[in-house]
Design a protein around this ligand. Structure first.
Ligand SMILES: [Zn+2]
Length: 235
C-alpha cells in the first residue's frame, strides 16, 4: 500500500516535471518549447508542403513498375521524403509513438479527399511479415487502417495474412525466395470480402509489387473492386 502510494507520488511528480521540460521535434530534434508539441514550426511547414506536393503530383500509378490493370486506383497521402520519412522511420524503428497521430492525420486527410471518388465498404491492411512484427512490435498499416476505420466508421477486416516462413530465408533457393516475395499472402474471411469495394492500406509504396500482389489476391477471393491507399510513396 505504502509502495503504491510512493509510486503514485513519483509518477505525479514526473508528470509535473515533464510539463516544464523542453519538448523536442520528432523529426529534427529542435526544441519546440513546452507542452505536447510534436513538431517544430519548420518541420510542420515541410509536412504541409510534402502533402501538397503529393496531391499535385501525377497519379502514383505513373511511377510504378508493377502492372496495375484491374485495380481501381493507387493513391498516396504524401511523398516518401522529409519529414514524413523521419516520422515513419521513427515510429517503425525507434519507438517514437508520438509520430503516429501525425501520420494517421495525414492518412485520414487523404482518405477524406478520396471518398467522393472511391468509397470503400471495408478497409484491409497489408499484413506485416510475422517475424518483422515480432521484432519491431509496430504495425503501421494496421494502425492507419484502424485510424481511418474509426474516423469514417468503415469496418476494418484483416482479410490477408502472411504465413510464417517455413525455413530461414538464407536456406531457400533464390527461385523460391522470388516466388515467396512479395506475393506471400493468403486470403481469409472470404465471406467478408466477397462483392465488396475494398481499400487496401499500406505504409510505403516503392515498386508497388507488394500492394499489387495483395490486391490481386483479394480480387481473386471475390472482391468487387480494390483500390490502394498508402501513406507515402517512394520514387
Ligand atoms: Zn523539426
Amino acid at each position: 500500500m505504502r509502495d503504491m502510494l510512493l509510486l503514485g507520488m513519483r509518477r505525479g511528480l514526473e508528470e509535473i516535471l515533464d510539463l516544464f521540460s523542453d519538448r523536442r521535434c520528432l523529426v529534427c530534434d529542435a526544441i519546440t518549447g513546452f507542452g505536447p508539441i510534436a513538431l517544430c514550426r519548420g518541420c510542420a511547414r515541410a509536412l504541409l508542403a510534402e502533402r501538397l506536393a503529393a496531391a499535385l503530383a501525377p497519379p502514383a500509378a505513373a511511377a510504378l513498375d508493377a502492372d496495375l490493370s484491374g485495380l481501381a486506383g493507387v493513391w498516396a497521402a504524401a511523398n516518401y521524403a522529409s519529414p514524413v520519412r523521419e516520422l515513419l522511420l521513427g515510429f517503425k524503428h525507434h519507438g517514437r509513438f508520438a509520430a503516429l497521430p501525425i501520420l494517421a492525420a495525414l492518412f485520414c486527410q487523404r482518405f477524406r479527399s478520396l471518398r467522393p471518388q472511391y468509397a470503400p465498404d471495408i478497409i484491409v491492411p497489408v499484413p506485416r511479415a510475422f517475424l518483422r512484427y515480432l521484432r519491431r512490435g509496430t504495425d503501421l498499416p494496421a494502425c492507419l487502417a484502424r485510424a481511418a476505420g474509426d474516423r469514417f466508421r468503415i469496418p476494418v477486416v484483416r482479410a490477408l495474412r502472411r504465413p510464417p516462413a517455413a525455413a530461414p530465408q538464407t536456406r531457400k533457393t533464390r527461385a523460391r525466395r522470388l516466388k515467396l516475395a512479395p506475393g506471400a499472402f493468403r486470403a481469409r474471411r472470404r465471406r467478408s470480402i466477397a462483392g465488396k469495394t475494398i481499400l487496401l492500406v499500406d505504409d510505403v509504396l516503392t515498386t508497388g509489387a507488394t500492394a499489387v500482389a495483395a490486391a490481386r489476391l483479394l480480387l481473386g477471393a471475390g472482391a468487387a473492386r480494390v483500390g490502394v491507399l498508402v501513406l507515402a510513396r517512394g520514387s
